[in-house]
Write a protein of this length. Structure first.
Length: 63
């Protein structure tokens, strides 16, 4: 099994100050497999369209 480590969240992300779009971009930049990245990007594009400029801390389950 391959284990992929991700970077620790930035202090902005931990404080909820990072935008959804920035968090999505940061996440996708770390996914190395092109097919996996494309799959995540397809789903996360919808979330970014709905809440891209909002802080991550403002996300709710209905988002």
């Amino acid at each position: 099994m391959t284990v992929v480590s991700f970077l620790a969240p930035s202090s902005d992300a931990l404080a909820g100050g990072q935008s959804v779009a920035a968090a999505v971009g940061r996440f996708l930049d770390q996914v190395q497999a092109a097919t996996t990245r494309a799959g995540y990007a397809a789903a996360l594009t919808r979330l970014t369209a709905l809440a891209g400029t909002r802080p991550t801390a403002s996300l709710r389950p209905e988002d």
